[in-house]
Design a protein around this ligand. Structure first.
Ligand code: FES
Ligand code: FES
Length: 170
């Protein structure tokens, strides 16, 4: 048995605390101890971007971060993008809705990571930034791998999300 530590973090605004082996990744902690299985694991060594989520607002590959490193942090996963103001009527977040409208997925396995990467990317763009070009979007997407698509629909989803973010739309 590896050494253990009790950690506590906020996952999508909810406390999650547990004793974990110090070698446990953040991805495994969230999936096993917090019940947040929306974060997917692909390569498990930092290449594919599928496990991307936000730690204190920054995009992180959660297969490379240890859970103990996130102790005390605020974590946002794909589940946290949904607006649950009315628990009986959850509403997709704006980036999720843009991807749905642009059909930016096939099997959907990579989608949580790409949505979280897109959320972080849009958040760091200046409010008055011009609409991103295809080149900019494709460069940003280079950090995430999709085994299904030709990426064209994903580029469209990111562009739609950027347009709606700029206009304050849905
Ligand atoms: S599963 Fe983390 S980068 Fe691939
Ligand atoms: S939609 Fe299937 S891996 Fe990306």
């Amino acid at each position: 048995m590896s050494p253990t530590r009790i950690i506590q973090l906020q996952a999508n605004g909810v406390d999650c605390a547990a004793e974990v082996e110090t070698r446990t990744t953040l991805a495994d902690f969230l999936r096993r101890q917090c019940g947040l299985t929306g974060t997917h694991l692909g390569c498990e060594h930092g290449v594919c971007g599928t496990c991307t989520l936000l730690v204190d607002g920054a995009a992180v590959r959660s297969c490379l971060m240890l859970a103990v490193q996130a102790d005390g942090s605020e974590v946002t996963t794909i589940e946290g993008l949904v607006d649950t103001t009315d628990p009986g009527n959850p509403v997709l977040g704006p980036v999720q809705q843009a991807f749905a409208d642009a059909m930016s997925f096939q099997c959907g396995f990579c989608t949580p990571g790409i949505l979280m990467s897109t959320t972080a990317w849009l958040a760091q763009r200046p409010a008055n930034a011009a609409e991103p070009t295809d080149k900019e979007i494709r460069e940003f997407l280079a950090g995430t791998l999709c085994r299904c698509t030709g990426y064209t629909s994903i580029v469209e989803g990111v562009r739609l999300a950027a347009q709606r973010t700029a206009s304050g739309g849905p």
